[in-house]
Design a binder for this molecule. Structure first.
Ligand SMILES: [Ca+2]
Length: 421
């Protein structure tokens, strides 16, 4: 008994601390936390539509739609994917390489806009930002949602794989489905859609920086996360430190969205796949490009599939592994390790430890006819490289693990490449 007592006491204190934390957490919630307000039922759950415009281009006020309204719309205009015609995410395969089928009952966003708002048709919008109550944010481009092109009409699901969605379900009260589009746009716990007429185009990059050559004493960062199986500490570059007038991510403003391109391993099909994801300022300004990590409970643990875009407050599913590039406004940070994996197997499939610089510059919107480049060496001196030289330039890795730009008889160990404007 003597041995158990301190543990019991510790448990009681811990429970007290936890309950105090919970209690103080409750005090911070909004003013409707009074006794005479009835609890929010599932029908009262709301979806906010923000940034809508009418046919004349006038901005409309936010519209708050109750879930009961969405259920009413379902009665007359249901969107249904059943076992005969299931919905699939274009990038989610089972172990046999087959797309995973889902049954869905819900409504089309377009019907909701037509029946309950003064909004212009969906094709006036260039992007939709989807917000979830767990902090997840996804940006869907018109390539995803505009069904006039290759996109798919967005479904707001009320039922998913046989489960009726409620505030208590694992999918949340509402979730989005874009049949035959990438899974990162299928958002659980949906509570807000922000509409923008701005077309999301991959940024035109004027300055690219090699991730490995970025000064960690200036731009490095780390954070620690307590998990059930140990304490993890992650190291890499702190994106917030890189934003600024004379920093790596020059001229970046809160309206700018970041394009994240990864060359990620798909375990189900044992292949790699390039994919692009957009991040809002709120997300990327709190993110890190992680290159390593340690776990205090497991000396053998190491962070894999680096670099990883992640952050201390990122909800599940937000992190991006095997990052190839992040680009925002006119700057990009490139992992040449990932670029080598991505581009070394040329059209002929030959893997020889080199790739055409042009291929990477095309991805970054940095390769246009007659462009001149300024290449910064690791010793900070600069070399001008012509369009013709860049056209034939190859990237290799030297014995010191540094990346080298090679053209003609010239080899440059580089840290950055700028477009000469
Ligand atoms: Ca090659």
């Amino acid at each position: 008994m003597k041995k158990i007592k301190p543990i019991v006491l510790f448990g009681v204190i811990l429970a007290l601390i936890l309950s105090m934390m919970l209690f103080s957490g409750c005090k911070d919630t909004p003013e409707n936390n009074t006794n005479d307000v009835k609890p929010i039922t599932d029908d009262d759950y709301t979806l906010t539509l923000s940034g809508l415009q009418d046919a004349e281009g006038n901005l409309l006020e936010d519209i708050v739609i109750k879930k009961s309204t969405i259920k009413t719309l379902y009665e007359t205009k249901p969107a249904i994917f059943d076992e005969e015609n299931p919905a699939v995410a274009s990038d989610k395969q089972d172990d046999d390489g087959n797309l995973i089928p889902h049954t869905v009952k819900g409504v089309y966003l377009e019907d909701l806009l037509a029946d309950y708002t003064e909004s212009a048709p969906i094709n006036v919008y260039g992007s939709l930002t989807l917000y979830a109550t767990d902090g997840y944010v996804a940006v869907a481009t018109d390539e995803v949602f505009d069904s006039d092109g290759r996109g798919s009409k967005m479904v707001i699901a009320l039922e998913f794989d046989g489960e009726v969605l409620t505030t208590k379900s694992s999918n949340g009260a509402l979730r989005t489905i874009f049949h035959d589009q990438v899974a990162n746009t299928w958002v659980k716990y949906l509570y807000k859609i922000e509409f923008s007429t701005e077309l999301l185009k991959t940024p035109t990059v004027y300055s690219l920086y090699s991730l490995d050559e970025i000064d960690v004493t200036t731009y490095g960062g780390q954070y620690t996360k307590e998990e059930s199986d140990g304490t993890y500490t992650y190291y890499g570059l702190d994106i917030s430190k890189m934003i600024g007038p004379s920093n790596i991510l020059k001229g970046v403003q809160e309206i700018d969205k970041m394009s994240v391109v990864a060359w990620d391993y798909i375990s189900g099909s044992d292949t790699y796949r390039e994919y692009q994801k957009w991040a809002t300022y709120d997300i990327y300004s709190n993110a890190y490009i992680l290159t390593s990590g340690v776990c205090d409970a497991d000396a053998t643990w190491a962070l894999t599939r680096t670099p990883v875009l992640n952050g201390p407050e990122f909800p599940d599913g937000m992190s991006v592994k095997n990052v190839l590039s992040v680009s925002v406004f006119h700057s990009a940070i490139v992992s040449f390790d990932t670029a080598m994996k991505r581009y070394d197997p040329d059209a002929d499939g030959k893997t020889d430890g080199s790739f055409n610089m042009k291929d990477l510059l095309i991805l970054l919107n940095m390769f246009k006819l007659d462009t001149q480049y300024s290449v910064t060496k690791t010793n900070n001196s600069k070399v001008n490289v012509s369009y013709a030289q860049m056209l034939g330039a190859k990237v290799t890795k030297n014995d010191d693990g540094k990346y080298v730009l090679n053209y003609g008889d010239t080899s440059i160990v580089f840290k950055a490449i700028d477009v000469v404007i």
